[in-house]
Write a protein that binds this ligand. Structure first.
Ligand code: 5GP
Length: 203
């Protein structure tokens, strides 16, 4: 293989869009992607295992990790900490394997800032466009309500600007297919390959 380092893929999107479901379906299929298990202070849900779904940790422990710079990104979400252990991501990429993160939008923006060479995928609900049309064309809402709804939808759409790809989550299998296509395409990117070719020829 010409490429040396792995590619960091980040899946994010508005809350409730189904990121977790899509990620699980993606990893149910055989994939060369390595899932980065997050740390969290939230309690495990039924069936969730420590070290498989998350590293379930105490608040103090996560705060220490933050202080020591051991998290690539972190966020507080609904009263709990969530974060990506830095070492696993860096070592795996260094070993030439692709890493996949599934995180909320604040965390994704942090990764984008610290690791702009990552590939950022924004998952959107299928009804966003439709939602807009519906809001505008439905004459029954008060003007203020329409305005507020449009504003909320716009905020969601605006978040796309930081991303490289947008995947519509119309059906989980379709969304997974699209993500796998993105992974394949990224490996064919001229910039990535040319860099490695040139390096190899210089050596
Ligand atoms: P849940 O508690 O439902 O498993 O996850 C809640 C939210 O936290 C989801 O939007 C999920 O994508 C996000 N999340 C999971 N792990 C991380 C992480 O390491 N960092 C950030 N920023 N968000 C995460």
């Amino acid at each position: 293989m010409i490429e040396e380092k792995g590619i960091l893929f980040v899946l994010s999107g508005p809350s409730g869009v189904g990121k977790g479901t899509v990620r699980k379906a993606l990893f149910d299929n055989a994939t060369d992607l390595q899932y980065s298990i997050s740390v969290t202070t939230r309690n495990p849900r039924e069936g969730e295992q420590d070290g498989v779904d998350y590293f379930f940790r105490q608040k103090e422990e996560v705060e220490q990790m933050i202080e020591k710079g051991k998290l690539l990104e972190w966020a507080q979400y609904v009263g709990n900490y969530y974060g990506t252990p830095r070492e696993y991501v860096e070592e795996t990429l260094e070993n030439g394997k692709d890493v996949f993160l599934e995180i909320e939008v604040q965390g994704a923006l942090q990764v984008k800032k610290n690791f702009p060479q990552g590939v950022f995928i924004f998952l959107i609900p299928p009804s966003l466009e439709e939602l807009k049309n519906r809001i505008v064309s439905r004459g029954t809402e008060t003007e203020d309500l329409v305005k507020n709804r449009l504003l909320a939808a716009k905020k969601e759409i605006d978040m796309m600007d930081a991303y490289d790809y947008v995947v519509v989550n119309d059906e989980v299998d379709n969304a997974v297919d699209r993500i796998l296509s993105i992974v394949k395409s990224e490996h064919c990117k001229r910039e990535r390959i040319a860099k490695q070719y040139k390096k190899a020829l210089e050596e």
